[in-house]
Design a protein around this ligand. Structure first.
Ligand code: FMN
Length: 201
């Protein structure tokens, strides 16, 4: 196995709504045999409990390695530790803004900063609405630095029949950005759209 193939995905879960996105990222990576290094913020523990009923121990069991949010000595705080990149799902405005400033006070934002400086993919599933000009400017700054802003906006063309399907589509499309193809993604021209319809008929 090459070093890239064996390298873990760093998964951040911040305290924005949508904790289930992070849970599904960890579960998808397990299905794809991709190791994960998890860091969840303190606020994420709140949203996780509120929205999914899971506690941090149950979340942690889904990751390969778990880091405390204040552990700035963790391997993922250094660029010398090889990773595939970092996905923050969901990403709060607070965490997004901290990454954009470079004043990275937690392991989550330090790991994101390292991901950017090493020119590895950093994907932020920022969840807030509506967005004010400051949010939009921060997103622009991050895009200019090389981050991918990937809000978990539903893909209605995939005709999700449930919230679970909607989440899986968003998670799978975010994993696509790391070259990870998860079978649960419904793809235009394969599962959906004119080619798929033609195949059926
Ligand atoms: C139930 C709940 C839902 C929240 N939803 C959002 C959200 O969608 N987006 C956001 O930016 N912050 C949201 N917040 C606020 C963040 O949790 C708060 O700004 C926190 O300081 C973020 O910290 P973190 O970035 O370290 O996770 C929510 C808070 C709670 C309790």
């Amino acid at each position: 196995m090459t070093e890239k193939a064996a390298a873990p995905l760093v998964v951040g879960i911040a305290g924005a709504s949508g904790a289930a996105l992070g849970v599904r990222v960890l579960e998808a990576c397990r299905e794809l045999a991709v190791p994960t290094h998890l860091v969840a913020s303190r606020a994420a523990a709140l949203t996780l409990a509120e929205e999914t009923g899971l506690d941090l121990a149950e979340l942690s069991a889904k990751a390969t390695v778990v880091h405390r949010p204040g552990d700035i000595g963790a391997p993922i705080a250094s660029g010398s530790f090889p990773t595939r990149g970092m996905l923050i799902a969901p990403c709060s405005v607070r965490t997004m803004s901290e990454i954009a400033t470079g004043v990275t006070a937690s392991l989550m934002t330090r790991a994101a900063d390292v991901t950017l400086k090493e020119r590895r993919p950093l994907v932020l599933m920022v969840r807030e609405t509506p967005l004010h000009l400051g949010h939009l400017r921060t997103m622009t700054a991050l895009a200019e630095m090389g981050a991918v802003i990937a809000p978990p906006i539903p893909a209605f063309y995939a005709r999700p029949a449930s919230v679970a399907e909607l989440i899986d589509q968003s998670v799978g499309r975010a994993l696509d950005l790391f070259g990870l193809s998860w079978e649960r993604v419904r793809r235009w021209g394969r599962d959906l759209g004119p080619i798929a319809a033609g195949d059926e008929g």
